[in-house]
Design a protein around this ligand. Structure first.
Ligand SMILES: O=C(O)CCC(=O)C(=O)O
Ligand SMILES: [Fe+2]
Length: 275
């Protein structure tokens, strides 16, 4: 599990490293089948209230036609699938792969068994021709735990990511120049209001990555990057994650609060009490 000097050097110089064929077929297939089941369950639920949806209509087409149908019925359905994925064991196994902690520590020049704090791990679902959740040029430092030291990861899931389906774009070497000039838009309706100025990008040669399913990218938290635009007819699925160094004195773990959308614990309790 030792990275080569060439890989470490490449990471230091360019700010990112792509490892080919990193995830096993089993890890990827288990994830895929889990997601297929989540979509099927949602479709079955919809078919009972929407006569337009027949039970086997989306068999084998869950990842595009199935999901897009659900989105056209009610965005909350896809939003609930999105919120379910990060806590499924199949997703957590991908995020918790032992080699990942090992590589992150090697690339950060720390003991390979330094405990890491894995957070913001999720599977992006980027729908065709829908740029509402596209992230403009940014550095991750302002979107994670302030003053923390961390590396970010990114991978295709379900299928390859291509220029056409909007694979992530990066500015190699941009991590070397610290925090770039950027602006904050308080009125931005997106969850990503900190944007690096276009002028900064002129210093670099942006790379529109194309990655095969199974490939894995680790990048510096100061590397400037953005979402590509999904011009294809397919959904782009991608893994995004962050691994923080817990050794650093300034590391204070965030308190993760759960929001229960339907019923509070007290209301649930009261319901029982009434009956
Ligand atoms: O996958 C993308 O579109 C970019 C995602 C991104 O920049 C992030 O989540 O930090
Ligand atoms: Fe990002």
């Amino acid at each position: 599990m030792q990275l080569t000097e060439e890989q470490k050097n490449c990471f230091d110089v360019n700010g990112y490293l792509i490892i080919k064929n990193y995830f096993t077929k089993k890890e990827l297939d288990d994830f895929k089948e889990m997601l297929r089941r989540l979509i099927q369950t949602a479709l079955v639920r919809c078919s009972s209230i929407n006569s337009e949806i027949k039970l086997d209509m989306y068999d084998g087409k869950e990842f595009d036609e199935g999901l897009l149908k659900l989105e056209s019925i009610d965005h909350n359905i896809i939003s609930n699938i999105y919120d379910t994925i990060p806590n499924t064991p199949e997703f957590l196994r991908i995020v918790s792969k032992e080699t990942t902690s090992n590589y992150i520590n090697q690339l950060s020049n720390r003991d390979i068994d330094t405990p890491l704090f894995a957070t913001y791990n999720r599977c992006r679902l980027d729908l065709p021709k829908d740029d509402r959740r596209n992230v403009k040029w940014h550095q991750e430092v302002f979107y994670s735990i302030p003053k923390s030291e961390f590396l970010q990861t990114w991978s295709p899931l379900i299928r390859d990511t291509t220029i056409e389906n909007g694979s992530i774009e990066i500015c190699p070497t941009s991590h070397k120049n610290g925090i770039a000039n950027q602006s904050y838009d308080p009125d931005s309706n997106t969850p990503t209001p900190y944007t690096v100025e276009e002028k900064e990008i002129e210093k670099y040669h942006p790379l529109r990555t194309e990655m095969k399913l199974g490939d894995f990218m680790i990048f510096n938290s100061r590397l400037i990057h953005r979402s590509g635009v999904n011009l294809s007819k397919e959904i782009r699925f991608s893994l995004v994650g962050m691994y923080h160094n817990t050794d650093l004195e300034s590391f204070i773990p965030p308190k993760i609060e759960l929001t229960l959308p339907n019923l509070s614990n007290l209301n649930y309790y009261d319901e029982f009490k009434k009956n």
